[in-house]
Design a protein around this ligand. Structure first.
Ligand code: GAL
Length: 657
């Protein structure tokens, strides 16, 4: 989805007034303004200070803070504090606690203890948000709202509590109407799993062998719906009591436990929290060599993929609510970024259309859990390294003035249900949905293409190239969108391999997509990464990894395994990859299809990425060493040159503009 920003972007910061002596607030706010910061996010964890005891509310401190922020001309994003229910609340309502997959309750002494389905907790949230909005919802400093904080963080999207079980039964009753329909849809005759009534259904945990995959998939869908409903309670209050202020939620990176398209549908804009070095160190599928090479810069595509994803979730409007400003504390190891990286990450986000990049956090906390997490300032108040980079950035942001972004070159499909389906029955442990999306996204971005992420049912018309990573459950709206599209479509494996109820489709995979591709998948070879299969295509030898399908039909394969089996097929404008291609094969394939569609391809040095935004073109060097870019025509340099230092950024503008 193209984004809507057409004026210069702004900077923000996360600030916790309740962590600091009130006497420090004025100087902090003045300094924010002098640093060029425009937005301050506050209060998302402050429930125990808003309601220190049941029904005793105190928002006066926040009002004083807002008055000061307003005097400084700062705009505030007010966070609702519902990620941190205080101790007294939990003690008064112990069954609001979420239970983990082992059936154990989450303990107090941290955050996000609650179960999304709990009606009593939803009511308490409604009350605190109502009181907060009544107190500050009309304050001139309050520009926007953030609901809760990082839904599902710390593995809390799925709760196995008795409350969740009751709601799940209701949810199933609504969906299936009668128990025979559910038994049939789930295939419960298998292993005598048939139910006589919805009230017999348990949550899909603690079973001796794996639970029925259809049961698990419905539980995922249900849990996602619970998050959406939980958010709707607060949305309703805020829209009523603080009208005209846009509402967001801060989503996470690498997190697929609920359908973000659905949850974001109710919001005015999306936002997400960017921790590139934390992601690189903790996401399991990055190879060791990349972890080492990009240790201090982060994976060159992972953040960008999420920018494009959340631009789509926000229907063009999105922010970075938290940006890593230095080392963090929560990954397995936590290196410091290269000098210049905070600037690079910020410019990358703006080049993808972010309206605001807000740093987490203003000052490093000398107490509690996140003491090793850098801020823009040290605990003693002295500026930390990122401040100098921000000072530089504020002088550069005017390059965006008057630029309006264009539609991407490529539409890349993203689907949360695909992630759940593959996670429920991976068939080989190394197959994870996100890793495969990254595989396709990386191949496109390495060729310098601008990518738009599109959900199932999203509009595909006008895209010269459409790429569909593994998509097991194909919905009718997607088939319709493909029908209406005119571009070349590259489908990945596992396509249409399951029905909506987690069964093999009656006509075999790719199920409904056989309308475009006359072929059938009859077997899957699910392999360990250490056993790649040689592939021959266009006179070259490549490799297929992890997943190789056996396909029947009349189409002549374009690429074959050594034994002659086809792994790439074409029918008109539709291509089907019946295997996961290695990076070189996918890179060459992207080159072929993009050339056919006359897309603007680039050959970039390793570790360098580019992005167009209106008439601007950015080059980002994620390498820990300098690189020399090939000279190019038609670009006037605004910042930097073709000799890019480590963490360097070159900003150019199309000549003649
Ligand atoms: C985020 C969270 C913040 C803070 C930060 C540390 O996930 O929203 O509150 O904990 O991580 O990196």
């Amino acid at each position: 989805m193209p984004d809507q920003r057409n004026s210069a972007p702004s900077l923000g910061v996360c600030y916790y007034p309740e962590h600091w002596d009130e006497g420090r607030w004025p100087a902090d706010l003045q300094r924010m303004r002098s640093l060029g910061i425009r937005y301050v996010r506050v209060a998302e964890f402050a429930w125990s200070r808003f309601e220190p005891e049941p029904e005793r509310f105190d928002f006066s401190w926040l009002e004083r803070f807002l008055d000061l922020a307003h005097q400084e001309g700062l705009a505030v994003v007010a966070g609702t504090p519902t990620a941190c229910p205080p101790k007294w609340l939990i003690d008064s309502m112990p069954d609001m606690i979420a239970l983990d997959e082992d059936g154990l309750p989450l303990g107090f002494g941290s955050r996000r203890h609650y179960c999304f389905s709990h009606e009593g907790y939803r009511l308490k949230c409604r009350q605190i948000v109502t009181r907060m909005a009544e107190a500050v919802g009309a304050h001139p400093a309050v520009y926007a709202w953030q609901i809760d904080n990082e839904f599902g963080c710390h593995d809390t999207a799925l709760s196995y509590s008795p409350t969740a079980r009751t709601r799940f039964r209701q949810w199933l009753r609504q969906r299936y109407r009668n128990i025979a329909a559910l038994n049939h849809a789930w295939g419960n005759v298998f292993w005598s799993m048939e139910y006589r009534d919805f009230d017999e259904i348990e949550l899909p945990n603690r079973t001796p062998a794996e639970p029925n995959p259809a049961h698990r998939l419905d539980f995922r869908r249900f849990s996602s719906d619970m998050i959406r409903q939980f958010q709707q309670v607060q949305l309703e209050v805020l829209r009523h009591l603080s009208p005209g202020r846009p509402i967001t939620h801060n989503f996470m990176g690498g997190f697929t436990d609920f359908d973000h398209f659905e949850v974001a549908r109710d919001l005015d804009f999306a936002s997400w929290d960017v921790y590139p070095l934390g992601f690189l160190a903790s996401v399991p599928f990055f190879p060791e060599s990349d972890r080492k090479h990009f240790l201090r810069s982060g994976d060159p595509d992972y953040g960008a993929l999420h920018h494009d994803l959340y631009r789509a979730c926000g229907r063009g409007r999105w922010w970075i609510m938290e940006q890593q400003p230095g080392p963090v504390n929560w990954a397995p190891y936590n290196p410091a970024p290269l000098p210049g990286m905070v600037r690079l990450w910020t410019l990358e986000a703006f080049a993808h259309g972010a309206e605001v990049v807000s740093y987490f956090r203003w000052r490093q906390a000398p107490f509690a859990q996140e003491q090793y997490h850098a801020g823009l300032h040290l605990p003693d108040g002295q500026p930390d390294a990122a401040c100098a980079e921000i000072a530089q950035l504020t002088k550069e942001l005017s390059v965006f003035d008057g630029e309006t972004p264009e539609r991407g070159d490529v539409a890349l499909l993203f689907d949360y249900e695909a992630d759940w389906t593959i996670a429920i029955q991976p068939q080989t442990v190394e197959f994870t949905y996100l890793a495969e999306v990254v595989r396709f996204y990386r191949a496109l971005r390495r060729r310098g293409l601008n990518v738009d992420i599109v959900p199932q049912g999203g509009d595909l018309t006008g895209y010269p190239l459409i790429v569909v990573p593994p998509l097991p459950i194909v919905r009718p709206e997607f088939v319709e969108a493909v029908r209406r599209s005119t571009g070349l479509v590259l489908f990945g494996p596992r396509l249409g391999s399951k029905t909506a109820h987690f069964s093999i489709p009656p006509n075999l995979p790719p199920g409904p997509v056989q309308e475009f591709l006359p072929l059938r998948v009859v077997r899957v070879d699910a392999l360990p990464r250490f056993a790649p299969q040689a592939v021959h295509w266009n006179g070259e030898r490549y490799e297929a990894e992890i997943w190789v399908e056996q396909v029947t039909g009349d189409l002549q394969p374009l690429a074959r395994l050594e034994d002659g089996r086809g792994v790439l097929f074409r029918h008109g404008r539709f291509l089907y990859l019946a295997a996961l291609p290695d990076a070189r094969w996918l890179g060459d394939l992207v080159k072929m299809v993009a050339t056919e569609q006359q897309l603007p391809l680039m050959d970039l040095p390793e570790g360098v990425r580019t992005r167009r935004f209106g008439a601007l073109r950015f080059f980002f060097n994620y390498n820990p060493h300098p690189v020399k870019l090939a000279p190019f025509e038609g670009l006037e340099f605004l910042t930097g040159g073709t000799d890019l230092p480590a963490a360097g950024v070159l900003i150019g503008r199309r000549k003649g503009r």
